[in-house]
Write a protein that binds this ligand. Sequence first.
Ligand SMILES: Nc1ncnc2c1ncn2[C@@H]1O[C@H](COP(=O)(O)OP(=O)(O)OP(=O)(O)O)[C@@H](O)[C@H]1O
Length: 354
Amino acid sequence: MSDPAAPPAILLRGLTREFRGRGAPFRALDGVSLEVAPGGIFGIVGRSGAGKSTLLRCVNLLERPDAGTVSVLGREMTALDEAALREARRGIGMVFQHFNLLSARTVAGNIAFPLEIAGIPRAEREARVAELLPLVGLEARRDAYPAQLSGGQKQRVGIARALASRPRVLLCDEATSALDPETTEEILALLRDIRDRLDLTVLLITHEMAVVKAICDRVAVMEAGRVIEQGRVFDVFTRPAHPTTRRFVAEVIGHVVPPGTVARLPAPNAGEERRLLQVLFAGPSSTRAVVSEASRRFGLDLNIVSGRIDAIGAEPYGLMALAAYGPPPAIAEAVDWMRGLGLDVAEIAGEDAA
Ligand SMILES: Nc1ncnc2c1ncn2[C@@H]1O[C@H](COP(=O)(O)OP(=O)(O)OP(=O)(O)O)[C@@H](O)[C@H]1O
């Protein structure tokens, strides 16, 4: 697992990349900085055009940034000459959305391909392929051609090929976007498994927050060439700060306040107010007892609008929306009291709340 105190495996500082066409230059990356801890699985999520692919390609310098620095495993990639860069790239594997397999080569031939390019002798290549086939569960398909494989099997070949030169860092470019949900789960499980076994650091880009929830420990959300929010996946899912992040999170775990709910809530009595509260608690316990006690203690009417219990990684959490009716000072006291019990309570706006 990642150790936040260790120096980063990938360190990006102030990356900017512009594309110049006939019109005004287009800034695909606009000052992106991030750090990936060794052993981490870091997800970059964003809509199409946000700059994810450009950013990923900057890590192994397939794309050269106009400004900023890229360091991988303590080596500043942006300062290397072509020969040193070729050598450094061997320590960085890459997995592609559309697999990029050579159709005229077998599974074994595809996996061995980067080793051939690197001039590794045949016996050594064969030994390495023999190690990689069981790692990705393809021993029985060694001599099959890509056309004879399922999408998931093709991606297993893509992963084995990426691992051939024993990289320490793996870049995944929408590695599961061409796969059905079941196969996606298998490939994500395989990525986690090889990260654990080979002590890899994984940086992946995806447009699906479900992928991030399934395997990442940290995430950065990109929009228009910038990182708009980043942090631990648990924190970003349970307390998204940016509206775009809230929409991404809601796609996976739903809205805390389902759209249309507020319009159906009763209006407060004269002299009272209605406040919508989001209550977050870590752990699988129910907060129902807290709600009824707060209601009694502070003379409030507390209406549970929605609630769910879920887990991110191994961390369970509960998230509940309450409509609190009563005099404003009593609502404020109840919020303080709940916070005193260790609950994370925030007032939310309603319809546009995530
Ligand atoms: N070689 C290029 N020349 C001109 N514009 C480019 C080039 N590469 C990317 N862009 C533009 O930069 C922006 C970011 O592209 P990028 O592929 O990095 O986004 P993305 O988030 O990966 O989206 P997608 O998932 O659609 O690939 C897009 O508007 C794209 O059109």
